[in-house]
Design a protein around this ligand. Sequence first.
Ligand code: MGD
Ligand code: MGD
Ligand code: SF4
Length: 764
Amino acid sequence: MARTALQITRRNFLKSSLLGAAALSLGSGTLRPVAEALARAGLALPWFRKGQIKLSYNYCDMCPWRCGIVVHSVNGQVYKVDGNPADPKSRGMLCGRGQAAPSFMYDPDRLRAPMIRTGERGEGKFKEVTWAEALDYAAEKLRLTGQAFGPESVAVFGHTSGDFWFADYFAQAWGTPNAAKPSSSLCTSPREEAAKLTYGLPIGGHEPVDWDGINCITLIGSHIGEDSRNTVMQDFANAWGRGAKVIVVDPRFSTVAAKADYWLPIKPGADTALLLAWLNVLITEELYDKSFVAEWANGFDKLAAHVAEFTPEWAAPITDLSPDLIRETARVMAANLPRSSIIPGRHVTWYGNDTQRMRAIYIINALLGAYGREGGIYFSKSPYIEAYPHPPFAVTGSSGGCSAEPGQESDELPLGPSGKARADGARDKFLRGATAMQELIEPMLTGQPYPIKALIVYGTNLLNTVPNPQRTIEALKKLDFVLAIDVLPQEHIAWADVVFPEATSLERYDELWVVPHKTPYIAMREPAVEPLYDTKPGWWMARELGLRLGLEPYFKWQTIEEYLNTRLMSIGSSLDKMRAENGVIVQEGKPYLADFSDASPFATASGKLELYSEELAQAGFDPLPVYEPVDEPPQGYFRLLYGRHPLHTFAKTQNTPLLHELYPENEVWVNEDVGAGQGLRQGEYVWLENQDGARSGPVKLKLTQRIRGDAVYMVHGFGQMAPGLSNANGQGASDTKLQTVYKLDPISGGAGMRVNFVRIVKEA
Ligand code: MGD
Ligand code: MGD
Ligand code: SF4
C-alpha cells in the first residue's frame, strides 16, 4: 500500500535528477556558467560533478540478461551506470532496472556483516560475527554433514551472476551433484529439452532469433515490453518499426499485444491445441517450406497423419478462438517464411506438459524453414576461452548437473564421490534435463532416495521462487545446516544458521561472462568502489570455505585478478587489455547461419530435424505433440496467471528505493465485466484465497477489459513478508504463496505453476 513518505522521497529524487540533468546536459567546458547559474538560484553543483570521474567495466546484475555496463564513480561513490556501447547486449542502452543498479547497491537495508543464528530457525535472531568465525562455523557444519551422510547430502541452490562460484565450482569440487538453478526447472528446462529433442541443440541463455531479418514474429505468451530485457525490446522495436508482422497469443492484452497485427486471446492452457491446428493448416494448404522439410526433416508423413484431424474447427472450442482467425494467422506466418518463426519463450514452465508444447512450436518453425536461415533461428557459437586449470572435479560425468548455460548438461547423470546420482528423481520422476530445484525439497523432507541434510542458498530467493513455499519451510526445519549468501535480508534469511553478506556486483570482481551469441563475446566485471560494510565477494567466500574443507587444489590462485588473467591469457588477453578495449572481447567472424551444402547443422542422432521423435517414442512418451486438457478452475475460482513488470526483477528489486517508488505494489487484474458482476470496485483492496485455502495479503483490484474472464493476473515478486525489507515488506500479493501445487513436466522436470486457482475475498 502507498506510504505518505513516498511523496517526500519522490520530490527529493526529482530535485536531484533535475540538478544532475542540468549539469550533465552541458559539457565540462560550460560547468562554470552552470555552477554560477545554480549558485544564483541558491543551489550547489551536485556532488558527482565535483571530483574525478572513474569508469569501470561490468555486466548488469539487475536481471539475468546481463547487459554490459560502464559504471561511473566519483570519490569512491557510484553515481550512475550507462550501457556499454561495445557490448552486444546493451549496445549503449539499459532498461529502467539497469539504471537503478546504484539504488540497489545503496539500499540501506542491505546485509552488513556475517551472522550466526541465535534464536529458533525462522525467528530471524542472529548475532554479528567476524568472517573467520562465520567461515569456521560453516565449514565445520559442512564437514560434519559430509562425514555422516556423504558430500551428496549437501544441496547448493544458486542464481544471480555470481552463482558460478557456489552452484558450479564449489559444488563440483566438494562433490555434490545436487546443485540447481531456478533458471532451469522453474523457467527454461522444457524449451531446452524440446530443442535438443527436435534439432539437437539447446537454446541457451540468449534466444538465437535473427531479429535483423525476421518478417513475421509470433509470440506465445512472451510479453516483451513487460519482460523488459533491453536488447529484446530494442530488437523487437526495430523489427516492428520496419513493418514485421506480429501475432500475439495471450489470454491478456499485454503491452506487446497492443503492437500486434493479430491478438489471439486464447483460453489459458490451450496453446498446444492452437499449435496443432496451425500445423494442420500449414500442411493441408501446403503452405510449408517443402524443399527444406524434404531435405532436413524426419517424420513428416507421420506428422501430417497425426495433425489431419486437428482442424481449426476442432481447436476453436478448446482455444476459444475462431477457426477463421486460426487459419488467417497460419497463412500470415507462411506468407513470410522462412523469415517467420515462433519466438522460443523463456519462462515456459506453465502447465506440466510444457516440453510437448515447446516441441509443437519448434516443429512449426521447422515447417517454416526457419532454422539456420536469415530471419529465422540461428545457431549460437560459444566464444573460445580456457577454464582455469584445476584437478578433476569430485563430481564426475558432467558439469555437476548444474550447467552455466541452461540445457548444456550431459545426458549421463553426474555422480558424486560416493557414487550417488542426483536426488531430484531424474530418470525416474522425469526423463531428462538440468537438476530440478523443486524436486530437491522432497529428499530434505523424506530422506528419499537419500537424505539431503544441508543447504547452501546463493542468490536465490528461496521462499519467493520455488512453488509451495509452505513445503520448503517444513524442509528447512528438518535440515542440519543452512547457509544463506545474499545481499538483502530476504524472507529465507530468517531460516539460515549462517548468513554471508555479499558485496554487490558493482563492488566486486567476478567470473567472466562468456556468451554464446550471434557475435560470441566475453565481458568482464570489476569493482567500481570498495565493498560497503563488512561484505565480501562470492569468489572470496567460496575459496575461504574451500581452503577450510581441504579443497586447496581447486583454489590455487591467490587473487581473483590472477584467476581471471590466467583464463584470459588463453586467448592472448588480460584484464588490462580488456579495459583498454572497452571491457568486452567480441569474437567476430564465426558463422551463425547454417551452410546447408556442408555437414548437417542439426545435432540429432539422424542429423535431421526430428518432427517425429524416436527418442521420446523409445522412452514411452508421445513422439508427436498431443494436446492434453488442463484442469478447469472450480466454480467461483479463477486461474492464477503471473508475469513481469518492466521496473522489477522477480522478487529482488521490490525493496530497491528508486524502483519501489515507481511501482510499490502489484495489483490483481480482473475482467471488468466479471468484476462488476461480483460487485467489485476499481482500486479497492481484496484478498485472494487459493484452492487449498492459502491466503494472500491485501492487493489492489485492477478491473480491466485487458484480461479474459476465466483468469486473474498479477506481477510476480510482491507480497514478501520480511521485516528487514522496509520498502517491500507486506506490499501487494505473492503469486508464489498462492502456488501450493505445481505440475511436474515428466519430460524436462519443469514445475508447471499455472495450475493454481484463486477466489476473491473481500475481508481479511
Ligand atoms: P511468460 O511467463 O512466459 O514470461 O518472460 P516471458 O518468457 O515473456 O509470459 C507471461 C505472459 O504469458 C503474460 O503476458 C501472461 O498473460 C501470458 N500467459 C499466461 N498464461 C498463458 C497461457 O496459457 N497461454 C499463453 N499463450 N499465454 C499465457 C519471462 C522472462 O522475463 C524471464 S524467464 C526472465 S529470466 C526475465 N525476467 C524479467 C524480470 O524479472 N523483470 C522484467 N522486467 N523483465 C524480465 N525479463 C525476463
Ligand atoms: P530473485 O527474486 O531475483 O529470484 O529466481 P531467483 O533468482 O531466486 O532472487 C534473487 C536473490 O538473489 C534474492 O534473494 C536477492 O536478494 C539475491 N541477490 C541479489 N543480488 C545478489 C548478489 O550480488 N549476490 C548474492 N549472493 N545474492 C544476490 C528466479 C526464478 O524464479 C526464475 S529464473 C523464474 S523464470 C521463475 N519465475 C517465477 C514467477 O514468475 N513466479 C513464481 N511464482 N515463481 C517463479 N520462480 C522462478
Ligand atoms: Fe540490466 Fe535491464 Fe539489461 Fe537486465 S535487461 S541486464 S536489468 S539493463
